[in-house]
Design a protein around this ligand. Structure first.
Ligand SMILES: Cc1cc2nc3c(=O)[nH]c(=O)nc-3n(C[C@H](O)[C@H](O)[C@H](O)COP(=O)(O)O)c2cc1C
Length: 379
């Protein structure tokens, strides 16, 4: 199956199926000398674990990462970094039944149509477990970016019809450390107490009806310099959109005001420029969400991702079985009643991978950068 690789400067290839021996990633292109240990990667992976919340699958996924290569004496060596998580606690028999029909909203029908054969145990590569490799690689990318002052704030903006009321600007204006604290204060990663309470009630109702819910994840990235992203096919916003839409169950992507910009006027939508007091230029607003012409403009990057409701629900649905008969099914097994909270760290990982790729790519964009790196070197 082609298409499991992303990026060239900081290239990743994810591998593995949910009910095989394990899942993982190979990172090729991480610069040498980055301090890195398994605990830092584990901290990211722990954010996508089902955990104790009743709003995630009751599957117990320990997901302990092992660093197989590319790190020596606590630092990256510049060689490929292989990361692996073994699969334990698979209940393949839970999936025996779905071998006989196509789950509505899942990838069974299209995988069969494409390959004529599929690993039905947990969905194979279409399983949420495929995102483990992305999150492990994203942890390394985020570590690299943190060293140069680039920070990520990713959280649940909405679940079903319940949304937080604070804007990205209001959240970023919170005192240092308060936004991270608010995001990690509850298992839904929703940084507003009243909205989180209402979202729990919404989810309880969905669970009672044996149904599932979707939602919106918002991402804010601060500390980005001007100039990240390339002008035509590798625009920063285009690459972010591709990275996000490659996550299972993600159905929409917006940057800045996104679809709302379509109803605005030019005067209202444009971010005016003003001279700052250090001889540079700043923007008076950020409707663009930090990208102009596909290139970062120095303001915080603001984006949103729409996640559909979990396709596997116990509520009755119509489908077709192997014999070509119309049947009604109720899907059992251990599924997430809502994917959004577990996908928050997946979105953050994909954002970090997109930024690190374009940031490393940008090192060769100007002669003064090339001089800074190589000008003083004499062999
Ligand atoms: C972190 C994560 C967890 C997921 N958990 C489930 C799950 O428990 N049950 C399920 O049916 N789908 C789950 N999905 C969604 C499916 O992977 C996805 O809907 C499927 O691959 C079909 O792709 P599409 O929805 O993009 O068309 C999960 C996705 C992610 C990213």
């Amino acid at each position: 199956m082609a298409g499991s690789s992303l990026g060239k400067q900081f290239g990743i290839t994810t591998w593995g199926e949910s009910h095989g021996a394990g899942v993982g990633v190979v990172i090729d292109g991480c610069p040498a000398g980055l301090p890195l240990c398994a605990e830092e990667i584990q901290a990211f992976l722990d954010r996508r674990k089902p955990g104790a919340s009743r709003y995630a699958t009751p599957r117990k996924e320990e997901d302990q990462v092992q660093i197989l290569s590319g790190v020596f004496e606590g630092k990256t060596t510049g060689t490929p970094i292989a990361l692996m998580v073994e699969n334990h606690n698979q209940h393949s028999k839970d999936y025996k039944e779905i071998a006989s029909y196509y789950r509505p909203g899942h990838a069974d029908y299209t995988y069969d149509g494409k390959y004529g054969f599929r690993d039905y145990r947990g969905g194979g590569r279409s399983s949420g477990r495929e995102t483990i490799g992305r999150v492990a690689a994203g942890a390394v990318a985020a570590k690299l970016l943190a060293e140069i002052g680039i920070s990520f704030y990713t959280y649940t903006k909405a679940i079903g019809t319940v949304s937080i009321s604070k804007t990205p600007e209001e959240l970023l204006a919170l005192p240092t450390g308060e936004l991270k604290k608010a995001i990690f204060a509850n298992p839904l990663y929703m940084p507003e107490v009243s909205a989180e309470k209402a979202a729990r009630a919404y989810l309880d109702d969905c669970i009672k009806r044996q149904d599932s819910a979707g939602g919106v994840i918002e991402g804010l990235i601060t500390g980005l310099p001007v100039g990240i992203g390339n002008p035509v096919f590798d625009k920063l916003d285009a690459n972010l959109a591709k990275a996000m839409l490659s996550i299972g169950a993600v159905k929409g992507f917006e940057i800045g005001d996104g679809f709302l910009a379509a109803a605005a006027t030019g005067q209202a939508n444009n971010d005016g420029f003003a001279a700052d007091n250090r001889g540079g230029v700043k923007k008076n607003a950020n409707h663009a969400g930090g990208v102009l012409g596909g290139i970062s403009d120095g303001s915080p990057l603001i984006f949103r991702v729409a996640v559909k409701p979990t396709p596997s629900v116990s509520a009755l649905q119509s489908t077709v079985n192997k014999e070509g008969e119309n049947v009604t099914v109720s899907i059992h097994g251990r599924h997430d009643p809502v994917i959004v909270p577990r996908a928050v760290v997946v979105v953050e990982a994909m954002a970090a991978l997109t930024i690190v790729e374009l940031l490393l790519d940008n090192l060769g964009s100007r002669m003064d950068y090339v001089r800074q790196i190589y000008g003083g070197l004499r062999v």
